[in-house]
Ligand binder design. Structure first.
Ligand SMILES: Nc1ncnc2c1ncn2[C@@H]1O[C@H](COP(=O)(O)OP(=O)(O)OP(=O)(O)O)[C@@H](O)[C@H]1O
Length: 385
């Protein structure tokens, strides 16, 4: 969708901001450009909408050489979100969001209708915020209006330059999550500039780690964290990259352990081959758990003795969420369910299995194979001991 071919940008004072850059961003892909200040990220981005012209090389958008496209026409195909969103102070939030479609000839009422939908999509209730002016919003809310406005003309491509850079870390994480949810729905081709490696690995389908004017590594977040291509990248991603990998490694079904399972209407099991069993309802959905000790001395059915299970996650959630859920509930294991089939129970993740999943995914990235093809020495079963 966006292709850079040997692009170099040298400024008039002789600074080479971008040096012989070649890479491609696929349709619907979100690529983060990350690197220290002054390494050429913004220059790269601004060449895509021709705010900056390259010194040499070519850039293609959907197969078209952008130097052949009139800049105004080009920018209609590209949404642009920057850190200081640059909302019109004298226009309401709704009118700010509707500006571009209105300029493009959409009738005002229709443009405002669409703007209201977009505000809703970015998590701002239009009936509450639509008639406010930008100064009556928080920094995070202004950023959301910026995103809604960039989406208003429904461009296939979004350029985002540190869009969440000016808000505090808590709001930032919130905006990142919302943006990921939004991107799942709209699937734009996105080039996203940040200097924050955490943000880059969280958001990017792939990340381009910049050195000075050059890309040092261009790969998936888990590969960049698990197998940094150069010492520079290893330094940049940090000594705690193993920990960061937790947030980009999803729980897979093959990571799970299968503990004993009982159903709500079963009579209390007297001989359990573990310290506890998972309790399921008639549809095999997760209900809770029961301890062996409790079952041995009790009477009646499982239903009367089962404890509810708070520590659970859907398959596909990150290992970091799994770890944090274990800590939050002081749980030695968490249940994993399939949200796509109404919460069917899939198995449990224990700390040992979590560690194994992380080792497996690191090895899989290094060997370029699927995680379940990796052979590891088996880990001791916690539930069986
Ligand atoms: N108009 C200009 N004239 C001369 N040099 C420039 C100009 N704009 C940028 N540069 C230089 O080009 C290099 C790359 O700048 P760029 O803004 O692309 O970096 P960046 O990675 O986006 O940095 P930051 O994270 O600080 O925004 C820097 O050394 C910068 O000083």
């Amino acid at each position: 969708m966006i292709r850079f071919e040997h692009v170099t940008k040298r400024y008039a004072d002789g600074t080479t901001a971008v040096d012989d850059l070649s890479f491609e961003v696929g349709e619907g892909e979100l690529v983060t450009l990350v690197g220290p200040s002054g390494c050429g990220k913004t220059t790269t981005m601004k060449m895509v909408n021709r705010l900056i012209e390259p010194t040499s090389g070519r850039i293609f958008l959907d197969g078209d050489d952008i130097s052949d496209i009139d800049p105004v026409q080009l920018r209609r195909r590209i949404g642009y979100v920057i850190q200081q969103v640059g909302l019109f102070p004298h226009k309401t939030v709704l009118d700010n969001t509707a500006t571009v479609p209105h300029l493009l000839g959409v009738k005002r009422a229709k443009a405002r209708e669409r703007a209201a939908e977009l505000l809703d999509l970015v998590g701002l209730d239009p009936s509450v915020y639509g008639e406010r002016y930008p100064e009556q919003l928080s920094g995070g809310q202004r950023q959301r209006v910026g995103v809604a406005r960039a989406l208003a003309a429904d461009p296939p491509v979004l350029l985002m330059d540190e869009p969440f850079g000016a808000v505090d870390p808590v709001v930032r994480e919130h905006l990142q999550n919302e943006f990921l949810r939004l991107q799942q729905a709209v699937r734009k081709t996105v080039l996203f500039v940040t200097h924050d490696i955490e943000e880059a690995v969280r958001l990017g389908d792939r990340i381009a780690v910049y050195g000075h004017g050059r890309i040092e590594q261009f790969d998936t977040p888990s590969t960049v964290l698990g197998a940094p291509a150069t010492e520079y990248v290893a330094d940049f991603v940090g000594a705690d990259r193993g920990l960061k990998r937790l947030s980009v490694t999803p729980i897979e079904e093959g990571d799970l352990e299968q503990p004993p399972v009982v159903h709500l209407d079963d009579t209390l099991p007297k001989e359990l081959d573990a310290r506890w069993a998972v309790v399921l309802d008639g549809e095999n959905n997760l209900h809770g758990w029961i301890s062996t000790e409790h079952a041995r001395v009790g009477t009646g059915t499982v239903r009367e003795h089962a404890r509810r299970m708070e520590a659970w996650l859907p398959v596909g959630a990150s290992l970091k969420q799994a770890f944090s859920t274990m800590l939050q509930h002081d749980a030695g294991w968490i249940a994993v369910i399939d949200e796509n089939s109404e919460g069917r129970f899939l198995g449990v993740l224990t700390p040992a299995r979590l560690h194994e999943a992380l080792r497996r995914s690191t090895a899989a990235d290094a060997l370029a194979i699927a995680r379940d093809e990796v052979e590891l020495e088996s880990v001791a079963s916690v539930t069986g001991s």
